[in-house]
Design a binder for this molecule. Structure first.
Ligand SMILES: *Cc1c(COP(=O)(O)O)cnc(C)c1O
Length: 401
């Protein structure tokens, strides 16, 4: 194993597809397609045209491209909303002189990934008071407040899709459409369920971003930008290497709006989000598999993996199989410890295990740890369960029963 040879410690990742834990595992079929892709060369815009056809089929969007992650998709989507099909504007980004550069953002949806808007040159205009989130009140942003914030500097409304997101996307789309402002949706982590591939486009989003390295099962550094053909084409123009005689570039039908541009831009703001042919192929094959998978079977497989952990752990009463609150079809194991300090001690012991074990510590403050089945292998279940059992025994009477 190459990691052993390089002296890189392997871990059991029961946290989820987190970037710092190197995401998840790829299916052999995805890897085999990537190996084939690496053994031949093509023109990148032809490959992105094929990706567009696949993404359209899966999402219902007019067009799509494969990006180097959901964050790159947000950056490229933002660049598209600002520069549109103007190669001069593309060349100026992240300097936004002469173009709309404001992204209306609901304050309760601010998140660490919205920096991608600013990397492209955008400015975040916050609206609403999230006292629903902070506790003292019941309100969040209202659709009229979005309408109120729209000016001729507005590039787009940015929307973070999530189980808790307010107001509902269709209401946001309605006010944005009235003013011809695009809505850019970050749905990076909204899969499963499979229906969410179509949902946001159906609800009227102009652009939607997904991560390829999360539950989709693609390469860790892949993602999808899907949506309106003119905007997706603009995003592609800002990522492609177009250093060629202008007359030689023939826009594929999937990106027909590029033929209207008065010239080709230089290497754009998205050049730093380069995606390789191998990742594009890997994403396409992973997307096909995800769409074709029976969701019941996918859930059953995850559940069987968790049951193997439970068995090896000796079925302690405080380790329970439950549905993940936010993701339909994803079972998790919830490990309820006495209090936050006990959960922290358990977490630290598992990280000190060899191989190190990482559990989902998102609710550690409530004394809860979770085992997410997405990013570890069936063959790790016994080790994981035995380690949990050993930690339980060690913590002994400090556990609730
Ligand atoms: C994970 C995530 C991203 C980043 O996705 P990558 O594919 O790792 O770039 C962006 N936005 C949200 C909301 C996420 O959860």
């Amino acid at each position: 194993m190459i990691y052993d040879e390089l002296g890189v410690p392997r871990i059991i990742n029961a946290y989820g597809t987190n970037t710092r834990l190197s995401g998840g595992l790829m299916a052999p079929e995805v890897l085999a397609a990537m190996t084939q892709a690496a053994r031949a060369t093509i023109e990148m815009h032809h490959l992105q045209a094929a990706a567009s056809r696949e993404i359209s089929k899966a999402t219902g969007a007019e067009a799509g491209i494969v990006t180097s992650g959901a964050s790159a998709a947000v950056l490229l989507g933002a660049a598209a909303c600002m520069a549109r099909l103007d190669p001069g504007a593309m060349n100026r980004l992240p300097d936004t002189r002469g173009m709309p550069d404001e992204f209306i953002t609901i304050r309760s949806q601010r998140n660490m990934y919205d920096r991608a808007l600013r990397v492209a040159g955008g400015r975040i205009i916050e609206i609403g008071i999230p006292d629903r989130v902070s506790g003292p009140g019941v309100r969040d942003a209202a659709p009229w407040e979005i309408a109120d914030a729209i000016t001729d500097r507005t590039a787009a409304v940015y929307y973070l899709a999530g189980a808790q997101s307010e107001p509902p996307l269709p209401d946001v789309v309605r006010v944005a459409r009235e003013r011809h402002i695009p809505v850019l949706v970050d749905a990076a982590a909204q899969l499963p369920p499979t229906e969410n591939l179509k949902r946001f486009i159906a609800e009227g989003a102009d652009l939607v971003c997904y991560s390829g390295g999360k539950a989709l099962g693609g390469p860790q550094s892949s993602g999808i930008l899907a949506g309106r053909r003119d905007l997706v084409s603009s995003a592609l123009a800002q990522m492609l290497d177009l250093d060629m005689p202008e007359a030689e570039f023939i826009a594929p039908a999937e990106f027909a709006p590029l033929a209207q541009m008065r010239g080709l831009p230089y290497h754009g703001i998205g050049r730093s989000c380069k995606i390789g042919k191998e990742e594009i192929i890997g994403l396409i094959v992973a997307l096909r598999r995800f769409v074709a998978d029976d969701p019941m079977q996918r859930s059953a497989h995850w559940q069987a993996r968790l049951e193997a952990v439970l068995l090896a752990a000796g079925h302690p009463p405080n380790l329970r199989l439950v549905p993940d609150g936010a993701k339909p079809g994803l079972p998790i194991l919830e490990w309820r410890l006495l209090d936050a300090a006990t959960a922290q001690a358990a977490d630290a012991r598992l990280r000190a295990h060899r191989p190190a074990i990482h559990l989902d510590s998102g609710r550690i403050g409530q004394g809860l740890l979770a085992i997410n089945p997405i990013a570890f292998d069936d063959s790790d279940a016994a080790t994981l369960g035995a380690a949990i059992r050993a930690v339980s025994v060690h913590l002994g009477s400090r556990e609730p029963l």
